[in-house]
Design a protein around this ligand. Structure first.
Ligand code: CTP
Ligand code: MG
Length: 217
């Protein structure tokens, strides 16, 4: 289903410190991690902006309508992507290049939730571990109610003005939705997918390779 006025920003400008090298250029299931992410985004969006590290601007990215240089923190890279969107875009989907196995339906679900009136929509998974808030000295301050917690993934969809507004003041967050929530925006959670693993450390490669070996669909 083509989505009028929906564009994607795929952020691929990280250094991959925990992985040991820029993981978005790693091969999984026969393609680069970033290529999986871009092609998934393409199926749902009119256009795709890919944000890469400044020294990777020459890297060929198939399916990108624009390739722009990112910044130091993830939020800087998202801002660079937002700045490159054409006028008239109403919904933007922000997706981590490091999530090559995001199922197609997840893009549809977050876009639909924003079309239905939310300022933002994010995929969330139930948390299986008990989560505690801990002080610097190791003392537990609080144990959170696990039943109210979700672990959040990308793709995340937003009304463009809501996300632009949230990013206007600068700021940094590991998650764009947090910036939108911070200024009173209504962000909803849709069901995430356990297969939508973020490539973070080399041991994540095996699962992703297996998931993507036969192609995604
Ligand atoms: N990202 C980005 N610009 C940054 C930092 C991160 O575009 N300055 C992107 C990454 O390329 C990745 C996504 O944001 O697709 C999620 O970030 P993360 O998994 O933390 O990737 P890295 O920052 O590359 O990894 P690390 O934190 O281990 O260095
Ligand atoms: Mg990082």
């Amino acid at each position: 289903v083509p989505c009028v006025s929906v564009w994607a920003v795929v952020v691929a400008a990280g250094a991959g410190e925990r992985f040991g090298r820029p993981k978005q250029l790693e091969l999984v299931g026969g393609r680069r991690v970033v290529d999986w992410a871009v092609s998934a985004a393409r199926r749902w969006c009119e256009g795709v902006v890919v944000v890469v590290a400044p020294h990777e601007l020459g890297v060929d990215i198939d399916g990108a309508d624009a390739v722009v240089a990112g910044g130091r923190e993830r939020s800087d890279s998202v801002r660079a992507g937002l700045a490159a969107l054409p006028e008239g875009v109403e919904i933007v989907v922000v997706h981590d290049a490091a999530r090559p196995a995001a199922p197609d339906g997840l893009f549809g679900a977050v876009i639909a939730a924003v079309r239905d009136g939310a300022d933002g929509a994010v995929p969330g998974l139930p948390v299986t571990d008990t989560i505690k808030v801990v002080a610097h000295d190791g003392t537990v301050e609080q144990t959170l109610d696990r039943h109210r917690l979700v672990a959040v993934q990308t793709p995340q969809a937003f009304r463009v003005d809501a996300l632009r507004g949230a990013h206007a003041g600068g700021g940094d967050a590991t998650d764009d939705a947090a910036l939108v929530e911070g200024r009173g925006g209504r962000v909803v959670v849709v069901a995430g997918d356990p297969a939508n693993v973020k490539l973070t450390v080399p041991s994540d490669l095996a699962a992703l390779d297996a998931a993507l070996a036969g192609g995604r669909d």
